[in-house]
Design a binder for this molecule. Structure first.
Ligand SMILES: [Mn+2]
Length: 330
């Protein structure tokens, strides 16, 4: 069973000793990074700290767009003066998309991704609170807030549940014996979080266009290795035609992973004529983070990403041998 990692006392001191904090999450924020930032910010506010929430955006996911006005992507020298930085939901400053504005500040990291290389992070790398088993960073933020002796109101409890449900796919990705996740959820509900409202926030509010976009990407899907691998792609023309705000990656992955034979799913997006971003999902023992790492990317065993030079066809030619090794019948 997952035993949550204890909140490091260095992190508690780091927070107690500062009076001004910049809290940043990863680029292309999701419910987990946004929820973690807002709730941590409110808790620190309550402790009398000055807070600035930063995000490079874009807030293209419909369920988080309503939070955009709480974040800024411009950080002045005055903002930096005397500030400490807390990075959530990623461990590398460059993933925030704001590295040039944030480098050099005393930095703490709160993350649930596998500790990767921090080589490009020029900031002071202490303290670090990393729990790769945690279902979401919001899960860790709750432990931190309790350790700080701050209470949570209903709205904050719901934001923490929002983060957990985003990352756990509404508990679809919870592993066996993960009772801790459900105990945490029960506590959030006791504090006033509503699973029904969170479900509507995450899964409702879709546009007609987003479903037509989804249909297009489903039509682009191809099956390999007797259906063990499904690969689909998004051209620049398609991105342009439907708009980023219509992209519904979670539902796309969910539908592709519902195929009986499937072990892994790959989504290749042509971002520029020279470059693609790749999303990997898998179930069971297929570790897609290992493949992503071959191309300088990373993530979890069952959810990873990378950026690879080339056209969609060229990128698929590069990826194919790696999947052949693990999925082709020997
Ligand atoms: Mn997360």
């Amino acid at each position: 069973m997952h035993k949550p990692v204890m909140v490091p006392h260095e992190l508690i001191s780091f927070i107690e000793e500062g009076d001004k904090f910049i809290i940043v999450g990863h680029q292309e924020p999701d419910g987990d990074s946004v929820g973690s930032q807002i709730v941590l910010g409110k808790a620190l506010n309550r402790l009398g700290k000055q807070i600035l929430l930063c995000s490079a955006g874009p807030f293209s996911r419909t369920e988080i767009s309503c939070y955009q006005n709480q974040f800024t992507s411009s950080i002045s020298d005055l903002d930096r003066y005397g500030a400490r930085l807390i990075i959530v939901d990623c461990s590398i400053l460059s993933r925030t998309g704001l590295a040039s504005l944030l480098a050099g500040l005393p930095t703490a990291i709160i993350d649930h991704h596998e500790p990767g290389s921090y080589a490009d992070n020029s900031s002071v790398l202490s303290p670090v609170f990393i729990d790769p088993q945690a279902p979401s960073v919001t899960f860790m933020i709750f432990s931190l807030i309790k350790a700080l002796g701050v209470s949570l109101n209903a709205e904050e409890a719901e934001l923490l549940l929002f983060g957990l449900c985003t990352d756990s796919g509404f508990f679809r990705h919870t592993t066996d014996n993960d009772a801790a996740t459900f105990e945490h959820t029960a506590e959030l509900i006791r504090n006033g979080a509503s699973p029904q409202r969170v479900f509507k926030a995450i899964n409702g509010g879709k546009t007609f266009n987003s479903l037509v976009f989804l249909g297009t990407l489903l039509s682009n899907a191809r099956s390999y290795f007797s259906g063990k691998l499904i690969v689909t792609h998004e051209t620049q023309e398609e991105t342009h035609r439907f708009g980023l705000e219509s992209r519904d990656s979670d539902t796309l992955y969910q539908l592709l992973q519902s195929i009986a034979t499937v072990d892994a799913v790959v989504v290749i997006r042509q971002e520029t004529p020279q470059n693609c971003t790749i999303g990997f999902r898998s179930q069971g023992t297929v570790d897609v983070s290992k493949i992503a790492e071959q191309f300088g990317g990373g993530g979890h065993a069952n959810a990873a990403g990378a950026s690879i030079p080339g056209t969609i066809d060229e990128v698929w030619d590069k990826l194919h041998p790696f999947f052949e090794q693990i999925l082709a019948p020997s």
